[in-house]
Write a protein that binds this ligand. Structure first.
Ligand code: AMP
Length: 175
C-alpha cells in the first residue's frame, strides 16, 4: 500500500535550471492535479501542526494560498492572505525584506488578526526563510501571536529555519 508520504513525494517534480541556471525548482503542479495526493498533503500538514493549537492561518501569496486555504478549512481556523504590494484594498501594514538582488515587500490588512490569536504562517516552500520571516513580522505588527511556520517543502540545505527560530518550523517534505 502506498503511504500518504509516498503519494505526495511521487507528485513533486524537480525542474533543473528554473527560473535560472543552478536552481532545482520543486514543482507542485503534479500534486495539484492529483486530488488524492493533494488531499494527502493537507492531511500531513494538519498532522504536523496538530500540537500548535492554531487559531489563524496566514498564507503567503501566491503558492502559499494553495496550502493555507485547505489547511484553514481542515483545522477550522480563520484565513488571512499576505499579499504582494498594492493588492489589498483596506488599511494595511507593509514589511520589506531582502532578496538575493534588491528587496521585496509583503502587506497584510491591519484588522486581519484578532489580538493575541495563535497564528501559523504557511507557504509552499521555505528556501532562505526571508519571505516567512517578513510574514511573521507582519503578524506581530498587527497584534497576532506567531506560534509556528508550516511548509509543504523545506529546502534544508539553505538553513532557512535558523532565521525563523525560536518558532517551530514544520514541513511535510525535506530536500
Ligand atoms: P525564501 O524567502 O528564500 O524562503 O523563498 C521562499 C519562496 O521562494 C517560496 O514562496 C517558494 O515558492 C520560492 N522558492 C524558492 N526556491 C524554490 C525552489 N527551489 N523550488 C520552488 N520554489 C522555490
Amino acid at each position: 500500500m502506498t503511504t500518504k508520504l509516498e503519494l505526495v513525494t511521487q507528485h513533486v517534480r524537480a525542474v533543473p535550471d528554473f527560473p535560472k541556471p543552478g536552481i532545482l525548482f520543486r514543482d507542485i503542479t503534479p500534486l495539484l492535479g492529483h486530488p488524492e495526493a493533494f488531499a494527502a498533503s493537507i492531511d500531513l500538514l494538519k498532522d504536523a501542526v496538530a500540537d500548535l493549537r492554531v487559531e489563524t492561518i496566514v498564507a503567503i501569496e501566491s503558492r502559499g494560498f494553495l496550502f493555507g486555504a485547505p489547511l484553514a478549512l481542515a483545522l477550522g481556523c480563520s484565513l488571512v492572505p499576505v499579499r504582494k504590494p498594492g493588492k489589498l484594498p483596506h488599511a494595511k501594514r507593509r514589511v520589506e525584506y531582502a532578496l538575493e538582488y534588491g528587496t521585496d515587500a509583503l502587506e497584510m490588512h491591519e484588522d486581519a488578526i484578532r489580538q493575541g490569536a495563535r497564528t501559523l504562517i504557511v507557504d509552499d516552500v521555505i528556501a532562505t526563510g526571508g519571505t516567512a520571516e517578513a510574514a511573521a513580522e507582519l503578524v506581530r505588527q498587527v497584534g497576532g501571536e506567531p506560534v509556528g511556520h508550516a511548509f509543504f517543502i523545506e529546502l534544508a540545505f539553505l538553513e532557512g529555519r535558523k532565521k525563523l527560530a525560536p518558532l517551530p518550523v514544520r514541513a511535510v517534505l525535506t530536500y
